[in-house]
Ligand binder design. Structure first.
Ligand code: AMP
Length: 302
């Protein structure tokens, strides 16, 4: 089934305790598309500037991501500079240059408007609603956001939340958005604003989901070699939403498997900088890691 993503395509400069990378391919839509492309047909809408090299997108093309919705306009591409300490769960943003993103007005191509599943990646919440105005009747809409927008556009974000099925955010964002320290109370408050489901990503501690009145906890795989957590959240969303689009089954058992698929894709992505691990990834490795997650969390009844 077709998956529409609208988000950022970026140049990222990243420092982690294990290395650094300068002006490498990043962006929420880029990571999401790469991860989701293992499960369905992905259609990308984003904007880049004149400085964006054509061959940067070769990998997404190889993965059959539809790039007809990628606009190229005069100006510089969006840039993000971030660093992580030994606690890889928290990215410190050192610089955000919106550049061509500042005037981005997402235009959904006619041939994308029938997309069944929509992911509103981390962009201005005004633009997220603009996207929903242009699509016909998606079966499932999920959205992400981050501290940048929670702080700058809380009212707009609340309006967007009224239009989405599931919100996929991290634990710090959950607390900030709700203004509540306790995650359970924060989740209840956010769900009161509209979404039926809430996925809370907790980095190396896994992810929690509150869906139709039920909690589900996905573990994170204890990994030997983590290089760079950038994009883990978007790869999680790519696996989670990709799996749901693949099955078009939004029942409890299916969303639980989707949570594990999200965790699988995130666990691969953190093993290398930029999208490098996904470039080498195979479907066989994805299936094997899904089973590793099952073993990790399995226990017998009393
Ligand atoms: P995450 O999955 O949360 O680690 O997302 C990382 C990606 O988000 C990076 O590749 C950045 O380019 C992108 N990013 C950072 N800040 C913003 C922002 N304010 N708007 C859109 N994308 C952003």
């Amino acid at each position: 089934m077709s998956i529409l993503v609208v988000g950022s395509v970026a140049f990222d400069t990243i420092r982690t305790p294990f290395g650094q990378a300068t002006e490498v391919l990043g962006g929420s839509a880029t990571y999401f598309s790469a991860a989701a492309s293992f499960f369905g047909d992905v259609r990308l809408v984003a904007v880049v500037g004149e400085d964006f090299p054509e061959d940067h997108l070769g990998f997404l093309r190889e993965r059959k991501v539809d790039l007809r919705g990628l606009q190229r306009v005069p100006g510089r591409t969006f840039r993000w500079v971030g660093e992580y300490g030994f606690d890889l769960n928290e990215a410190r943003t050192l610089d955000t240059q919106l550049n061509v993103f500042a005037d981005f007005a997402p235009k959904i191509p006619e041939e994308y408007r029938d997309s069944e599943v929509v992911f509103l990646a981390n962009i201005d919440p005004d633009l997220q609603r603009e996207v929903l105005r242009q699509v016909r009747r998606p079966a499932f809409v999920a959205a992400d956001t981050m501290n940048y927008w929670i702080a700058r556009k809380p009212d707009s974000l609340r309006q967007t939340l009224g239009l989405v099925d599931t919100l996929v955010i991290n634990d710090a964002e959950t607390r900030q958005l709700a203004g509540e320290a306790n995650l359970v109370q924060a989740a209840r408050k956010i769900l009161g604003w509209g979404p039926r489901g809430l996925v809370i990503k907790r980095g190396e501690y896994g992810a929690l989901m509150f869906n139709d009145g039920d909690w589900f906890a996905a573990p994170a795989l204890p990994l030997e070699a983590i290089q760079d957590p950038t994009g883990a959240g978007d790869c999680f969303a790519g696996g989670f939403i990709g799996y749901l689009a693949n099955t078009m089954n939004f029942g409890d058992a299916s969303v639980r498997k989707a949570m594990i698929m999200g965790s699988v894709m995130a666990s691969f992505n953190v093993e290398a900088f930029s999208l490098d691990r996904l470039r080498a990834l195979t479907s066989g490795e994805i299936q094997a890691r899904f089973r590793a997650f099952k073993r990790l969390a399995h226990f017998e009844d009393l």
